[in-house]
Write a protein that binds this ligand. Structure first.
Ligand code: HEC
Length: 155
């Protein structure tokens, strides 16, 4: 009696599973690159807001905290920003070097270094301790530069 509904349910579930697995593979390289660049723009804007805050006579803790959260979120998302096929071979404008994929162990190290410093920065951002925030932001900025020097094309 129950056989048909069960079979149908199974079929529906299989179809959903296949669609679910196939979707990320079908994302066009151009779309992945566009969302990666958008992600880096948000990250760049957040980091600029940190530096602007630190130049102000008295840094705005709320602004620093919000920027630190954006930076920390970018550090989590960056791991999904480099699917295969989104390098120079994509035929779309991107500054991502092929080394990201050919030297993926080093690239992962650069991502991990950034993630660790983003977490540390978030930890001090709301503390009100200006010297500590300044120092953590410099350490964080060094992880951006180190990755860019190795893995991003010069403009
Ligand atoms: C692990 C490597 C890595 C780290 C860490 C990193 N970046 Fe980048 N960044 C890249 C790559 C690769 C690109 C080029 C992306 C592209 O063109 O597809 C890029 C591009 C950018 C861009 C240019 C976006 C545009 O308009 O084209 C900005 C701004 C930027 N990063 C800011 C930052 C800041 C600020 C940090 C640190 C807080 C940072 N990045 C950390 C690898 C990194």
């Amino acid at each position: 009696m129950n056989r048909l509904p069960t079979l149908n349910k199974f079929r529906i579930l299989s179809v959903l599973a296949v669609v679910g697995l196939a979707t990320p593979l079908l994302a066009a390289p151009a779309d992945s690159i566009a969302s990666r660049i958008a992600g880096y723009r948000d990250l760049g804007a957040a980091f600029k807001s940190v530096n602007d805050s630190l130049r102000a006579p008295s840094p705005d803790t709320g602004k620093l905290k919000a920027a630190a959260q954006t930076i920390r979120a970018s550090a989590a998302h960056q791991y999904k920003w480099f699917p295969r096929g989104t390098g120079p071979e994509a035929g779309v404008k991107t500054a991502a070097k092929a080394a990201i994929w050919t030297n993926s162990a080093e690239f992962k190290k650069a991502q991990d270094a950034f993630a660790a410093k983003a977490i540390a920065f978030e930890g001090v951002a709301a503390s009100g301790d200006e010297a500590a925030i300044r120092s953590a932001s410099r350490v964080l900025g060094a992880t951006c530069k180190s990755c860019h020097d190795q893995f991003r094309e010069e403009k």
